[in-house]
Design a protein around this ligand. Sequence first.
Ligand code: EPZ
Length: 422
Amino acid sequence: MDYLQIKRVKSLNGQIKISGAKNASLPLIAMTILAKNNVSIKNLPHVADINTLLKLLSNLGATFNRGDEITTVDTSSLTETKATYDIVKTMRASILVLGPILARFGHCEVSLPGGCAIGQRPIDLHLKALEQMGAKIDIKAGYIEASAPDGLKGCEIIFDKITVTGTANIVMAAALAHGSTTITNAAREPEVVQLCEILNSNGVEIDGIGTAVLTIQGTSGKLIDIEEFSVIPDRIEAGTYLCAGAITRSELTLTSVNAKHLSAVLSKLEEMGSTFTITPDTITIHPSEIIKPVKIVTQEYPAFPTDMQAQFLALATQANGTSIIEERLFENRFMHVSELQRMGADISLNGHVATVNGKSKLSGTDVMATDLRASSALVLAGLVADGTTDVHRIYHLDRGYDSLEKKLQNVGADIIRLKEQQ
Ligand code: EPZ
């Protein structure tokens, strides 16, 4: 196993190119199950989760060709419809194949994904919506057994809670259904928007894209031809590097980024003292010497994203004053707190609310990553901690950050990847 060794440097400087969005790539790869042609995808990030989903599709009989810039996925030879536990347990977003496989083949078995470190992560809303569309859903021996031999039927679906992958799953199921499906309380994340835009421009008529009410006209089982497309930039990767600029007081320029997807994040960084120069595909952060404290509540897009909570909590340890950070989406997304406390941060937890008393002097030590975004929070803390910070279990980080240590080395960070001593 690898770990990252980080030492404090005076400041960072230069440009960081943002990769394609992991959370857009996953539904877009699942979407190829709806295609009759070999689909070309540009700008897929080189991260473990993408490799996992491509492997899952190949286990089902699809073929793919992973290039640096372009990946092609051909599901015409896909025959298997069972997504087994061994692979689903490593990435719960595998649930995204449920809707497309069921819509295309009329039956599908997917291992229950189980929870993960940050929460129980139920999929009840995915299953309830598919049942409303006429599917028979049974849970047997840890597997979801879904069948709709006559195809899925369009209907009115109202999500009790906003669910990102739930919305993506049902949009893809509805794409091949008979008739029209309306999803109310749909997720509006840019990753869901891109999925809808690509389906809409390739023959699946979707109204309300970007709003909380989506209407999808199904093709009644006809597969679609999907033209080449490029994955949108990863707004969470971008937000993470903006926090790196803010916490080290460094002027960094992000390229291949879309600032429109980061409004809530930019607004909170401005509240904490940074200013920005923004062009259509770059963001330059001009950080303040004094970081102001902040109040943050995580909510669904376009509000402040839960996937940036850990990174801002690390940043808040360097603010002059008390910050309040409330996590409203997941029940256990503060595991980075105990590791930051070990580095010297003054943080107290009361249920879903973290109170961060800054400014803390952080000291480097051995810390353990527990989930994807917690990992990046520990890296951010390491950039300003005295001494050496060793971040262990960075397989979490490798799931969602493309070449993080290389990107930070390129702007002057003292960060290297080492092998754990056996
Ligand atoms: C997506 O997860 C992202 N993952 C997560 O990013 C992100 O944190 C999350 O959305 C929220 O923005 C991918 O897109 C692959 P949800 P998802 O369904 O879809 C409850 C990262 O770091 N819920 O929107 O699984 C659920 O418990 C990852 O990149 C139900 O109750 O999240 C949660 O409280 C971490 N029943 C809330 O809804 C359901 O059937 C939002 O979950 C589904 C969800």
